[in-house]
Ligand binder design. Structure first.
Ligand SMILES: Nc1ncnc2c1ncn2[C@@H]1O[C@H](COP(=O)(O)OP(=O)(O)O)[C@@H](O)[C@H]1O
Ligand SMILES: [Mg+2]
Length: 406
């Protein structure tokens, strides 16, 4: 083939629903592939809308806005799971290539559908029960009786960062939580509170061609239901358990027909078993370390997968990477982010910083930092430095009392 000199390369057009940090970082990966990510953003100053010139401002619950972002795109994909599934079915019926397809995505949208399907696929899950209507509230008591220990109540839809999750002290509190969700029209999943060593995540990607690729299994650390830290690979993870987690994630990706990145959130129980907590079908917080610590980042891989390109090498480039989220402080510091960054680099020039261009609000994910180690014995030190850096960036305070001019 002979191209016309001077014409830009004919890049495929990927449209992403949602203008958050995941879309922003996917656009960053798209640039390297000669592409521009089109985004459907709720507002022109959303993190991805700030950086992509191809922005449709609109709502992910409005069919016409979804049609506008899909127009002329090779594929439509997501930075969150909140698009009503029936709207996606309509787009598919109109000929739009939606990745992951709605019949796969529903397992990341509805925790009860997900649990029932996983159980049918013989994937290990915590004991659970579904409560869909207010007149079924007695099921909470019956389930609690069967479990005989503490239970967790979850909204099946719409929750993230722990917002739809209630750890119940007793049955009365569980009923109350379920009652609230149900009264607002959201069905409920009740499940046993799992006694665990830690949480893990298995991140994989799958293309329509059927290729699959798995990154090393990571440990995730949650505080108040929000991910605060990720360690890649999960320290001291038994090789067999790691391989089992990767195989499970690849099998689920294939069985559910996932296209793109799939994150499988896992509990490692105190007796050493793995249980699947939930699924996400998009780039995921547990994969932010791949931006600096893996040969192919999850954002590039997601693009490759939805475009049915061959997938990239998921190997780690260093023995250990620690990621810490930068979460908005209770009170926004008077020192500007620019000044905080300046000081961070003065103390820790090795910090790999990713900021999302978001306004600071308490607990809000506004960025993350990656620290790379050349020896896995460095884990404790990397964790300490990553935590110091993330806290500094959000609070403008060094928790170890460091004085730059001291
Ligand atoms: N059954 C459970 N037992 C113990 N902890 C749980 C359980 N379910 C959720 N959690 C804790 O709450 C966090 C958020 O729950 P999750 O279902 O993943 O909701 P979200 O959609 O907000 O991420 C989990 O990462 C875990 O720390
Ligand atoms: Mg979760």
């Amino acid at each position: 083939m002979i191209g016309v000199p001077g014409t830009p390369i004919a890049a495929p057009l990927v449209a992403m629903v949602g203008g958050g940090q995941l879309a922003r970082m996917t656009h960053q990966a798209a640039i390297a592939l000669g592409q521009t990510l089109r985004v459907l953003a709720a507002a022109p100053d959303d993190p991805a809308a700030q950086v992509s010139p191809d922005v449709v401002v609109g709502s992910h619950t409005n069919l016409d806005d979804l049609r506008r972002v899909a127009l002329g795109a090779d594929v439509v994909t997501f930075d969150h799971e909140h698009v009503p599934n029936e709207l996606l079915e309509k787009l598919v019926a109109e000929g739009v290539n939606v990745a992951p397809p709605p019949q796969a995505l529903v397992h990341a949208q509805d925790k009860l559908v997900m649990r029932e399907r996983l159980a049918a696929l013989d994937a290990p899950v915590p004991r659970f029960a579904g409560v869909s209507r207010l007149d079924e509230l007695d099921r909470v008591d019956a389930f609690a009786g069967r479990v005989g220990g503490p239970i967790v109540v979850k909204a099946v839809r719409g929750g993230y960062d722990g917002r739809g999750v209630r750890m119940a002290r007793d049955v009365a509190q569980a009923r109350e939580a379920a009652d609230k969700f149900l009264a607002s029209g959201v069905p409920v999943l009740v499940e046993e509170r799992v006694e665990m060593r830690r949480e893990l995540a298995a991140l994989v990607a799958r293309s329509p061609f059927g290729q699959g690729a798995a990154w090393p299994v990571v440990q995730t650390v949650q505080r108040d239901g929000i991910c605060v830290e990720v360690i890649a690979p999960a320290p001291g993870l038994d090789d067999d358990v790691g391989a089992e987690a990767q195989q499970l994630a690849l099998r689920l990706a294939a069985e559910l027909g996932v296209v793109g990145v799939l994150a499988v959130e896992l509990f490692e129980t105190t007796d050493g078993r793995l249980l699947v907590n939930e699924l996400a079908m998009r780039p995921h917080n547990s994969g932010h370390w791949t931006m600096d610590g893996a040969r192919t980042s999850q954002f590039e891989q997601h693009l490759r997968a939805v475009l049915d390109y061959p997938l990239g090498d998921t190997g780690a480039t260093v023995p250990v990477t620690v990621m810490a989220n930068v979460l908005g402080a209770p009170r926004t510091p008077t020192m500007t982010v620019d000044e905080r960054l300046h000081h961070l680099f003065a103390r820790m020039p090795e910090a790999r910083v990713h900021l999302y261009g978001k306004g600071e609000r308490p607990g809000r994910k506004i960025g993350h930092v990656n620290f790379l180690g050349s020896d896995d014995a460095e884990v404790a030190n990397l964790r300490e430095r990553a935590a110091l850096a993330a806290h500094w960036l959000s609070h403008g305070q060094w928790t170890d009392g460091w004085e730059p001019h001291g």
